[in-house]
Design a protein around this ligand. Structure first.
Ligand code: AMP
Length: 292
């Protein structure tokens, strides 16, 4: 496995690995890419596994992106575990890790913004002003640097996926996107680097977020279609000190709220447990297990 710390190193290594794979340049090996902020857990590694299964060349980036954190958010405290991350990538058969410092990606006078309108107005976009502009900017830059054929993202960050998908379509990035199902702890809590902030009773209470989503999915499967009633069923499951930020049933593509739920709609939730902000979602499926 190679580790590139600069854009130039990344480009050279990518070229070298691709040429080594197809020396006569007859076949273009498929290049896969998983962008992350590090502190890798099973959720990330599920994306990596899908990538190594589907692609001849696999690239992971590790970069805690400052532009997607608002002032006062947890940028400084965000867990950083570079040695363990590199070992996990190596064990998983990743070919190339991009591990840039901040000044590699952001020159002092960088002046370009990417704003995906509408999809970013609600939910996490409303709660975290500038967050999705930061995400779109860093993902656009990483796609230009790595030039993957397929990029892998988690369903865990559902709104983020739709925002990136729209950006990729609107700006004609030559990349296919793949969404991987949310990986969960045994009690259902979606795996997240931020779960490490949760201790004792807060950690237990956090699991009721997914329990609420499951109860909602069961009510939907049993025939309930009224969004207000469905959301109330989920809310009733939440234990103290879980504090809802938003809970909405939305169209899977436009993310517009729905009065009446339909199969394929997404249920989006964000909640605070103490100082920790958690997000989760499920896609509604009628009469069968919900699609995570
Ligand atoms: P992050 O390091 O939090 O920026 O996440 C990097 C990628 O991993 C994003 O595409 C996330 O959606 C994905 N991811 C994070 N947690 C999970 C999870 N529990 N299950 C599936 N994918 C995840």
């Amino acid at each position: 496995m190679e580790v590139a710390y600069t854009i130039e190193e990344l480009r050279q290594a990518r070229r070298r690995i691709c040429v080594a794979f197809a020396p006569e340049d007859e076949r273009h090996p498929r290049v896969g890419f998983v962008p992350t902020m590090g502190n890798l857990h099973e959720g990330h590694m599920c994306l990596v596994k899908r990538m190594t299964d589907e692609c001849e060349v696999s690239v992971v980036s590790i970069f805690v992106n400052p532009t997607q954190f608002a002032p006062g958010e947890d940028f400084d405290e965000y867990p950083r575990t570079p040695d363990a991350d590199l070992m996990q990538c190596e064990d998983a058969g990743v070919d190339l890790v991009f591990f840039p410092e901040e000044d590699q990606l952001y020159l002092e006078d960088h002046s370009t913004e990417i704003v995906v309108h509408r999809l970013t107005e609600r939910y996490c976009g409303a709660a975290r002003p500038g967050h999705f502009a930061g995400v779109a900017l860093v993902v656009a830059k990483l796609l230009n640097i790595v030039q993957p054929d397929i990029a892998y993202f988690g369903q865990k960050d559902y709104q983020q996926f739709r925002v990136i998908e729209r950006m990729v379509r609107d700006l004609d990035f030559p990349v296919a996107l793949s969404m991987c199902a949310t990986v969960r702890e045994s009690d259902g809590l979606a795996m997240s680097s931020r779960n490490a902030y949760l201790k004792g009773d807060d950690r237990k209470a956090a699991a009721t977020i997914y329990q609420g989503l499951q109860v909602l999915a069961e009510a939907f499967a049993a025939g309930e279609r009224d969004s207000a009633a469905l959301k109330e069923a989920a809310r009733a499951e939440l234990a103290e000190p879980v504090r809802l930020e938003y809970l909405e049933i939305a169209d899977a593509w436009s993310l517009e709220p729905k009065q009446s739920a339909a199969r394929g709609d997404v249920v989006l939730v964000a909640a605070h447990v103490g100082e920790t902000r958690l997000i989760d979602n499920i896609v509604l499926a009628a009469g069968e297990e919900n699609a995570n």
